[in-house]
Write a protein that binds this ligand. Structure first.
Ligand code: GAP
Length: 443
């Protein structure tokens, strides 16, 4: 049977050092994945692109990095201890628990018992927060949670940002970091994990319907344009409004950016939420610290409203890989390559000597490699196997350019540079390589 795209990607990720099952030598651990050398590079580049566009290039957004562990009271205030739940049902045959609102999970499980008489328990609610204890002894330890969303680290620091940075509304706070959820049915590789990374912006505005709506529209479009910037084909992403019964407890309005996953269908990539004053008001009440903002011009005191853009880093990695995965025929041979945008590629270019056993080619290739490495950083020296094998390997990693030093290089100081997508080669003077790559690297 033909493998699904997801299966092909999981296999490529393992074979080529992108992503491995968590704690694999102990049999793996559901919902946990470890990033290998190329996976970390790809993820890092996606996060950097978020950081640049949502934070660094803006005057109105402050960066933050809050702690992962937070006390129980934070999650009581945010409503998560009470309301951050999923419905679960238990299989009466094997006691496995499955999300009651995920028909695919239910039908996958029922297939395992085909021929048997299946029954499920009544649905009950299950809290997703991951709980732990901090402290030296049972008696003195206190309950803490690994954050279920990175958002609360921002809201609890709202007053610190006001007092230290003195921002004027509207302004935002951006953050990237790990979040943890005790997902009942982790599934679909990076799509639904128990430990994952989020990239978020909380954008605070005056508590006014018109301002909030305009800001909401602005960030919806901004986030969608950002996502397309990762290299998605027109029409493969869409915005969809949540129905009332889909919305999280904090959301007055909610839209998702969705990606049409091949073989699967439309799936959430980002959430854009109108959180109103929910978080700041609740933290004011629970902490007894006044979280209001004072407008110097109008002399008004107010609790700002929050428009949130909340993106999953790992889902962006997965969807980018799905979008980039390409099979074609080159020189009558089947091949697989990742059509990644150059700014995302874990390896920007690979430098090789035509033959491994010729010291003069090796020396020149090391020189060209050194020059490019100094300029770009993510450059590989690859002299394993023959040239054809090197090209195939670099194609699968998504390396946009392969540079080969041959005997002509020693004569006229030009190299061949091969384009990943077309397989075409050009001769370029060594002195022009940096500008050749820079011209093609722009986001
Ligand atoms: N602060 C709001 C918030 O956390 P969310 O819709 O629950 O909202 C935001 O999560 C994003 O985080 C999702 O759009 C998704 O990309 C990512 N995400 C959520 N749960 C995830 C999981 N179990 N595994 C991987 N990514 C997840």
């Amino acid at each position: 049977m033909e493998q699904t795209l997801m299966e092909k990607i999981i296999s490529l990720c393992k074979r080529r050092g992108f992503i491995f099952p968590g704690s694999e030598i102990y049999g793996g651990f559901a919902g946990l994945w470890d990033y290998g050398p190329y996976g970390v590079e790809l993820r890092h580049r996606i996060k950097q692109y978020f950081w640049d566009k949502f934070i660094k290039e803006r005057e109105d957004v402050y960066p933050l990095s809050a702690a992962i562990l937070m006390p129980e009271r934070v999650w009581e205030a945010s409503g998560h201890t009470e309301l951050f739940t999923d419905p679960l049902v238990e299989c009466k045959i094997c006691n496995e628990r499955v999300r009651a609102d995920q028909p695919e999970a239910i039908s996958d499980h029922e297939k395992k018992h085909s021929g048997e008489k299946m029954t499920w328990s009544e649905p009950r609610v299950f809290n997703l927060l991951v709980e732990t204890k901090l402290g030296a002894s049972e008696a003195t330890s206190s309950k803490a949670y690994l954050r279920g969303e990175i958002t609360q680290g921002v809201h609890v620091n709202f007053k610190n940002i006001l007092d230290s940075m003195h921002p004027k509304l509207p302004f935002g706070i951006g953050q990237i970091g790990k979040a943890f959820r005790n997902e009942i049915t982790p599934r679909d590789f990076l799509f639904r994990q128990r430990e994952f990374e989020q990239m978020e912006l909380q954008y605070y505005v005056k508590p006014d319907e018109v301002t909030a709506q305009e800001t909401f529209e602005y960030w919806k479009q901004f986030a969608l344009d950002w996502y397309y910037g990762l290299g998605f084909k027109p029409g493969n992403l869409r915005l969809r409004q949540h129905a009332l019964d889909e919305r999280a407890h904090y959301a007055k309005d909610a839209w998702d950016i969705e990606y049409e996953m091949p073989d699967v269908g439309w799936k959430e990539a980002w959430g854009i939420h109108h959180r109103g004053d929910w978080d700041l008001r609740r933290h004011s009440e629970y902490s007894k610290v006044d979280m209001s903002y004072f407008d110097e011009e109008t002399k008004e005191k107010m609790i700002p409203w929050d428009i949130e853009c909340s993106g999953g880093v790992d889902r962006a990695v997965l969807f980018t890989l799905m979008e980039a995965y390409t099979e074609d025929e080159l020189g009558e041979e089947k091949r697989v390559y990742l059509k990644l945008k150059p700014f995302l590629a874990p390896v920007l270019c690979a430098v090789s000597p035509l033959l491994k056993n010729k010291p003069e080619l090796q020396e020149k290739a090391r020189n060209v490699f050194g020059m490019l490495k100094k300029e770009f950083g993510n450059v590989a020296y690859d002299d394993n196997g023959n040239i054809g094998k090197r090209y195939r390997r670099q194609d699968e990693i998504g390396t946009p350019w392969c540079i080969v030093i041959d005997f002509d290089t020693l004569e006229n100081d030009t190299v061949t540079i091969r384009d990943r997508d077309t397989g075409q080669q050009e001769r370029v003077p060594t002195g022009e390589l940096v500008s050749y790559i820079k011209e093609r690297l722009s986001v």
